[in-house]
Design a protein around this ligand. Structure first.
Ligand code: IPE
Ligand code: IPE
Ligand code: MG
Length: 252
């Protein structure tokens, strides 16, 4: 059998991914601390290694047909960590944004941040605004970074705004349905995630995209985030392509 006929009989599963694969992938990037600990290094060493993986993952999205990538960088609960770790993470975010600004703009990546900015320092918020502004005309991969983000906090902030609209006569309570609240969420311009991945072996969602992931597919994998790779994302997108999403219905 010629090689050409052989190839036609066995289509490459990776090549099929863009059609059947997830359009919106959300990732809980967990395991930086354990990755560092395993090397006898401080936790921040793991966070730096983790930040380096983000570029590779963003870059492989177009080939996989992933239009939206949302990554969990810092949760509303992560303030419970030591002052040294929190300060180190904030400084890492500032450095990451400054360093990646040009590359993200040039690669046609549109960056957005979700989460509550009120508790973040002014300099970091300024850089976040600048990166959003700088990439606002890009229409390639939509990268959303969840920073000081918590699903419950987001729903509480959204509800506060919704209640204000009711109190001030802009919204009739009888018109509130399940299409209403998402319009007030930080993610209001994004589609719901199709696939949520959590690295590091923990099988929990830790307050990530609670409303939006109601019907997402989940993958909990053992890889620690600094070891995650484009190949692994490809594998998970292919596996997603084999799943049957029924949304409560029964397929005829
Ligand atoms: C995820 O890695 C990064 C953040 C939560 C900021 P961790 O720091 O949670 O790493 P582990 O879970 O302790 O290994
Ligand atoms: C979730 O990881 C938050 C991020 C990845 C930013 P955590 O390490 O904070 O979650 P828990 O504490 O194990 O639930
Ligand atoms: Mg963790």
């Amino acid at each position: 059998m010629s090689q050409r006929a052989d190839t036609a009989l066995a289509p490459d599963p990776v090549a099929q991914t863009p059609d059947r694969g997830p359009k919106h992938v959300a990732i809980i990037m967990d395991g930086n601390g354990r990755w560092a600990q395993a090397r006898g290094r401080p936790r921040l060493f793991g966070h730096h290694a983790g930040a380096k993986r983000v570029r590779e993952v963003v870059e492989c999205c177009p080939a996989l047909g992933v239009k939206y990538l949302t990554i969990f960088a810092f949760s509303t609960e992560n303030w419970k960590r030591t002052q040294v770790e929190v300060a180190g993470l904030m400084s890492l975010f500032r450095r990451y944004i400054s360093k990646e600004m040009k590359a993200l703009s040039q690669r046609n990546v549109r960056v957005r941040f979700i989460g509550d900015r009120v508790r973040l320092d002014k300099k970091l918020v300024g850089l976040m605004d600048q990166l959003e502004q700088e990439t606002s005309c890009n229409d390639g991969t939509h990268l959303t970074i969840a920073l000081n983000y918590g699903g419950r906090d987001e729903v509480a902030r959204a509800t506060k705004r919704l209640a204000r609209d009711v109190a001030e006569g802009r919204l009739n309570p009888d018109d509130v349905d399940e299409e209403t609240l998402p319009k007030y969420l930080d993610t209001h311009v994004l589609p719901d995630p199709d696939l949520v991945i959590r690295t590091s072996g923990e099988a929990r969602i830790s307050n990530f995209l609670l409303w939006q992931s109601a019907y997402a597919e989940y993958e909990f994998i053992d890889t620690l985030w600094p070891d995650f790779s484009a190949e692994e994302l490809k594998r998970l997108c292919d596996a997603y392509g084999q799943r049957d999403r029924r949304f409560g219905a029964v397929k005829p």
